[in-house]
Design a protein around this ligand. Structure first.
Ligand code: UGA
Length: 454
């Protein structure tokens, strides 16, 4: 390979992480050999269809289609690439540990070789790399390299995150594969790391530490969210406004403004699973991770606080129509995994409410998961004759509404802002009652803000 030639790569698993990484490496100039056991998904990808909703992904895949190859067979990737990125799912088991079945299937399928290495992108418990290398040794495959290169993509901005990483973490215990992995990311690194135009910091470390960086980062961000949610709950008791509190806190450089948005709890495929997995990992080694227990419990309770607010304003919920605006676990994704809307819809149904809902892209996923819900084609259709509206996901389609139209369409007047993303003055001016999370409530007509001690 000459200096301008980019290393070809294999990517095993074409979910969010695999597909975005594959598209990203192709964008940087590599030929990418994607492998998945799901023949239907591979056929769709070969036809140029993108199986998930992720902004800019379709365009990036199309732009680089000549460099992207999709197959159900690993042999093409093995023939052409030295580095095989593993991006298969590691869902939670009943015990809360990560289910590594798919990772083990990949490990089993790699033949002995001096010239290949697995680069682990899937989120795995700390110690997985050591255990895989033991397995390689037991099976006479010691020639295979192993690198931990955790992923920090956020759904909804995954393409931008790939191209502008804060940091690239590469954990290995020597050998060619760690260096080759760094070379792949070099154009995205800051000048100090020999990089190109990027700002990314390089963290070159051992395998176990790289694995732990990933778990600890997600657990810390989840802790930040549960912390601000508890502050929000105390604000409701004391008359403070959590949005103002978070602004004041976030200006302290040591705290920072991000992930201080109070709301109805975190969801998604990562935080709930990874916090639990880290708690179990600690427990399995005899350490009781108390803080994470609280983070999980606060999050579960937070999803249900909206129900209490609805009871307070509507009396009972039997026969009341409640509209949920947004269903996905966050905007810009159709991902419904661990979405707060699932708990909300189930609780509302159990309490006898009639539930209607709108989401600009997640409806198809939601239909398979939520029963007893009337799905609508627009926010206004969802809130027709509603006694109360709950903003669940802060899609612009759900936050930028004409509130006088909303007031005309609704039967009642309660607006619960589960993400503190609405213009509460505009809501109040339309004659509706606004209540956010940790910000008191605004009465219609007077626009007077109340502490929420009652
Ligand atoms: C998260 C991490 O942010 C990524 O760095 C990581 O790579 C990814 O998990 C992963 O492990 O794969 P993601 O799950 O896509 O990314 O979503 P986030 O943007 O982190 O949001 C997670 C949840 O927290 C959402 O439900 C969101 O609404 C909620 N959230 C976020 C808050 O309630 N408040 C905030 O201030 C921020």
């Amino acid at each position: 390979m000459n200096a301008t030639q980019r290393e070809p790569v294999g990517v095993i698993g074409t979910g969010y992480v695999g597909l975005v990484s594959a598209a990203g490496f192709a964008e940087l100039g590599s030929d990418v050999y994607c492998v998945d056991i799901d023949a239907d998904k591979i056929a769709r990808l070969q036809r140029g269809e993108v199986p998930i909703y992720e902004p800019e992904l379709e365009e990036m895949l199309a732009r680089n289609s000549a460099r992207l190859h999709f197959s159900t067979d690993l042999s093409g990737a093995l023939e052409r690439a030295r580095l095989l990125f593993v991006a298969v799912g590691t869902p939670p088991t009943y015990s809360g540990d990560a289910d590594l079945t798919a990772v083990h299937a990949v490990v089993d399928s790699i033949p002995a070789s001096q010239g290949h290495a697995l680069v682990m992108k899937s989120t795995v418990p700390c110690g997985t790399g050591a255990s895989i290398r033991r397995t390689f040794a037991e099976r006479g495959k010691d020639g295979l390299g192993y690198v931990s290169c955790p992923e920090f993509l956020k759904e909804g901005s995954a393409v931008a995150d790939f191209l502008n990483p804060d940091r690239v973490v590469v954990g290995d215990d020597g050998g060619w594969a760690g260096d080759a992995t760094v070379e792949l990311y070099r154009p995205l690194l800051a000048e100090a790391h020999g990089g190109g135009s990027g700002d990314g910091e390089l963290v070159r470390t051992d395998v176990a530490s790289a694995e732990m960086v990933k778990l600890a980062s997600n657990a810390f961000l989840a802790t930040k969210i549960s912390f601000i949610n508890e502050i929000a709950n105390v604000c409701e008791e004391t008359g403070a406004d959590v949005v103002e509190v978070a602004r004041g806190m976030g200006l302290d450089e040591r705290i920072g403004p991000k992930f201080l948005q109070a709301g109805i709890g975190f969801g998604g495929s990562c935080f709930p699973k990874d916090v639990d997995a880290l708690k179990q990992l600690a427990g399995n080694s005899g350490y009781h991770f108390q803080l994470l227990n609280a983070v999980i419990e606060v999050n579960e309770l937070q999803k249900r606080r909206v129900i209490g607010k609805l009871h307070k304003h509507l009396g009972g919920l039997v026969g009341k129509r409640v509209a949920l605006l947004g269903l996905a676990f966050k905007p810009n994704t159709d991902d419904m995994r661990e979405a707060s809307s699932l708990v909300l819809a189930a609780r509302l149904n159990a309490d006898g409410a009639n539930v209607s809902a709108y989401d600009p892209v997640a409806e198809e996923q939601a239909r398979t998961l939520i029963g007893g819900v009337r799905f609508a084609d627009s926010p206004l259709q969802a809130l027709q004759d509603a006694d109360a509206v709950v903003l669940v996901t802060e899609w612009p389609q759900c936050t930028e509404l004409d509130w006088s139209e909303v007031a005309k369409a609704m039967r009642g007047r309660v607006v619960i802002d589960g993400r503190n993303a609405l213009d509460r003055d505009a809501v109040g001016a339309a004659g509706l009652l606004y209540e956010g999370i940790g910000r008191g409530r605004t009465e219609p007509a007077t626009g007077r803000r109340h502490e929420d001690r009652d």
